[in-house]
Design a protein around this ligand. Sequence first.
Ligand SMILES: Nc1ncnc2c1ncn2[C@@H]1O[C@H](COP(=O)(O)OP(=O)(O)OP(=O)(O)O)[C@@H](O)[C@H]1O
Ligand SMILES: [Mg+2]
Length: 238
Amino acid sequence: MTTPVAAEGAQLCMEGVWKGFRTPSGRRVNVLRGVDFSLASGAFGVITGPSGSGKTTLLMLAGLLQAPDAGRIRLEGQDVSRLDGRALAGCRKNKVGMVFQKFHLLPHRTVLENVGFRFRYLSTSAKEARQLSEAALERVGLADKLRQDARLLSAGEMQRVAIARALAKPPALLLADEPTGNLDAASAEQIISLFRDFNRSGMSILLVTHNPEWIAPDTRHWVMQDGQLKRSDGFPPI
Ligand SMILES: Nc1ncnc2c1ncn2[C@@H]1O[C@H](COP(=O)(O)OP(=O)(O)OP(=O)(O)O)[C@@H](O)[C@H]1O
Ligand SMILES: [Mg+2]
């Protein structure tokens, strides 16, 4: 196994992480092939890479929603790759917020209820959860849609609900999977600036995007290539 990169003080660290899937014909395809990666605490990291290269797979592992086949994952120094279900759920709810590429909203629940799910396993009072959910929805420009069913929203609105759900209770680490993929330029700009605000106040952020033009000098950039994350210096190849 290769040496971990800057594991000291890392928010998220992967060491030799492998993940594969079985195709319908029974063939095994390794999507992640020994990923070594470390995101420093408080950093803003960006991952780009071709479609199908494994970016979402990597975020699912980092978000503790799937387990690696091999290798080690650490969150805030804690090895989370071999935790049991209960301990995993505890880590997930306390440490990580996710914005899913496919949103994962409950279509027949209102916008406010969807964001309120962020608090489901937390000890926040109902009143406070509601206030925080409303405030998050206001920040993504959806204050006028609180009572609308999620299924009636446009794709960009669904995306913003998913973002509000992740940020209503700010996590230590935000994992965002193409969070601006369905947004117009102005809304995308607004979301990225919201992320930057949270990042300035200490949140570590790992963003997957096909729009690397947002990569600013203070962001760290990796490219997913051949099942590994490669640090990219300078402007990324698209
Ligand atoms: N649960 C699964 N079962 C089988 N194959 C899977 C599964 N999850 C992902 N894959 C495969 O792994 C590969 C990587 O998928 P992934 O979603 O991580 O790519 P991606 O880099 O996020 O792509 P995109 O930019 O299109 O979102 C794909 O070929 C996909 O079909
Ligand atoms: Mg993806």
